[in-house]
Design a protein around this ligand. Sequence first.
Ligand code: WTA
Length: 651
Amino acid sequence: MSAPDLYPASDAFRQNARVGSREAYDEMYRRSVEDNEGFWAEQADRLDWIEPFDTVKDVSFDADDLHIRWYVGGKLNACYNALDRHVEEGRGDRVAFYFEPDDPKKEERRQITYAEALAETQRMASVLKDLGVQKGDRVTIYMPMIPEAVYAMQACARIGAIFSVIFGGFSPEAIAGRIRDAASDFVITADQGRRGGKTIALKANVDAALKRLGEDSEVRHVLVVRNTGGNVTWDDRDVWYHEATRSASGACPCEPMDAEDPLFILYTSGSTGTPKGVVHTTAGYCVYTSLTHEITFDWREDDVFWCSADVGWITGHSYIAFGPMINGATQVLFEGVPTFPDAGRVWDVVEQYGVTLFYTAPTLIRALMAQGDDFVTRHDRSSLRVLGTVGEPINPEAWRWYHEVVGEGRCPIVDTWWQTETGGHMLTPLPGAIDQKPGAATVPFFGIQPQVLDAEGKVLEGEAEGLLVIADSWPGQARTVYENHERFKNTYFTAYPGTYFTGDGCRRDADGYYWITGRVDDVINVSGHRMGTAEVESALVLHDAVAEAAVVGVPHPIKGQTIYAYVTLAADATPNEDLRAELRQHVRKVIGPIATPEFLQFAIAGLPKTRSGKIMRRILRKVATGEHDSIGDTSTLADPEVVDKLITGRR
Ligand code: WTA
């Protein structure tokens, strides 16, 4: 018998689900669109407000008057909602985090209650205030996956500082660029991080970034959390966190924030230029992450939620640091990597803490699937209720393995499509209501109005394939690009006027289900992480041996996509294996390991260009994937012969 294409939500699940039938979903969805403001006004009750808002929604997607505001006039504090209120309402003893260290043989497992997390966050907030951090200041956070990373985010929210988290795998160069762009005055880091038994030199990377910035740096203090106790070099501006807490006050009040005050900046890659500082604001983001966390995962108070993302990505912001904490959820926080000490680690953690809701990326599922079922089945997974994925399309084979082997055929899978810019889930099945199809992100979340457009911007109805746009705003939407509203407008609101352009392609099937087909711009999705081709190309041309570079994405069995780079060399450089290794290493150093080109081809005869000098990536993609027969028309090339030479030199 062949595997089914449709997996109905199980009856057992439906009976107790928050949204327990397709009809219930349809009804709620209709209401959320027809009375959009009424729906979102009600949802605002999820939060505790200092002052009520007077206007639910004030939005224009019109490029000449682009603005997005929700809950206008309201005042609140995100940290208060994530911590204080749980303690004040008698939930202080509830576990906020089960901290699972990289190597439990060397480090202690920790269980942290909401009361403890609040106390620690207040301590951190007091220290930041003592160092001179004020409301509106930008604080850069470069941390390992330890509880202090969450305290740092919450502490900033508490005092109204705008935090900018940089993923711990990024290089000094990348840190420097982000500190500069945000004009950040403060940095919070740790001596070192731990991953898979190795240490990561976080403080040293910050030092190198600040050295690079030199005179440009406005950084006044670097607050350093002692994590491994490893050696670090020290400067006047550096402050040990454990020393600073000695003189700091244990209490620190929450700053009343405007609904539309920025909460954080998060840098993400686009098709052109340097990464964009996407800005999320306070009230709408908190409402949206809290609601989606509750509905998508069918979350209950006794659930143990584990989102395996790093806090350096939007998934870690929305579904570790905010949504679940605002709901008062109990979570697992994992410092390590899924394959250390072996490929059974994830399921060991699930068994140990009785994880009920597990949220991860397809790349991890594929990587673990390749290691065989034994690593999974030797652990008890009977606690699991819902499984989730995010970050890239999941191939049906991996979906089925996740469903059958990991979830014992019992757990609904929520394939959540969303983006850094959307703040939270946009398309997803709801576990008790929407029958699942392997590989489909299925249907829109409440209040979300997706449309499929053709290349000219015409709205397609019914079954269709084209570009995915969103026709109206939702509270979790990004408001701007930091200090660059023009770029925000040009990137998302200009090509298809009146809508938010996602940059993704999609197909809508006969049942109205959405299937994401991948990026339609020059963004590569490597292991669920966005990488701009322009960023990798600029890194390559920084090297003396490189004259020109062009980068494309090619399919990869585990990573989804991987980076294939074409390089033309400077006159005095010799194309050999040493140089190839050096150039790959160079990109790794400039951006970080996730940007390393897997393949690097010396394009000895040059790149395929039109007569006006434009590189034809379409051809480079076809050569890289070996689709030599479908390269198509090359007559517009300045020199059509380069194509044959590229094919001969393919890696
Ligand atoms: C892709 C991650 C297919 C998509 C939350 C999007 C997905 C980009 C899915 C955003 C999914 C994310 N199915 N593709 N379920 N989820 N994507 O900003 O191309 O890191 O535009 O946000 O990831 O990546 P970002």
